[in-house]
Design a binder for this molecule. Structure first.
Ligand code: URA
Length: 194
């Protein structure tokens, strides 16, 4: 991990005009957490709160994510490095477009290579589609470990459900989305930190 390298990538992202989103964002959302983390969590894209504060997962979904991390025994600022597939907010919180993801992936790729995590948590379908077979369904493969992802050999990829989805799922029953997500995060902690 090289802090200078991360600062350099961030500066490049701040100057990036490879897609139209730079014109409507307030701040780029580059990362949060520790550059020494063994777990790199990748979300979708910044929302309004993230765009305002320049940090990922600081809105409602982020607060729920924090609750899950605490319950799983993970420290957000120490155990995780957090980024998104896009550094700039898509207007109206729409899903990232293929061209926007393609324009932005160089920054995420450089972050991954610099951090060199043991585990990459793909948070939600958008992040999963950036790395795994697009035909996979997150509801079927969440909690599974994918290895030998082209270009990222040696890193374990684990999809989990996105906290924005969990905001609409309140049950804590065994096998419910919230229950499964907590179990996935506990497994991720074991896989990355034990
Ligand atoms: N949702 C995401 O996927 N990323 C964020 O940073 C915030 C909400």
């Amino acid at each position: 991990m090289s802090l200078e390298n991360l600062e350099h990538i961030k500066k490049e992202a701040q100057q990036c005009k490879s897609c139209p989103l730079y014109a409507t964002r307030n701040n780029i959302v580059f990362s949060d957490g520790s550059p020494n983390a063994k777990i790199l969590l990748i979300g979708e894209a910044p929302g309004a709160d993230e765009d305002k504060l320049g940090k990922p997962f600081v809105g409602r979904a982020g607060k729920l994510l924090n609750e899950f991390l605490i319950k799983a025994g993970l420290e957000r600022q120490k155990d995780l490095y957090i980024a998104n597939t896009l550094k700039c907010r898509p207007p109206e919180n729409r899903k990232p477009q293929k061209e926007e993801k393609a324009a932005c992936e160089k920054f995420l790729h450089a972050q991954i290579k610099t951090i060199n995590p043991k585990v990459i948590v793909l948070c939600g379908a958008t992040a999963m589609e950036s790395f795994l077979d697009k035909k996979l369904k997150i509801s079927k493969v969440r909690g599974q470990i994918f290895e030998n992802v082209e270009g990222y050999e040696g890193i374990k990829f684990i999809p989990i459900l996105h906290p924005s989805y969990l905001l609409r799922q309140h049950s804590l029953d065994e096998g419910s989305p919230r229950d499964l997500t907590l179990k996935d995060l506990i497994m991720i902690k074991k896989t990355a930190l034990d």
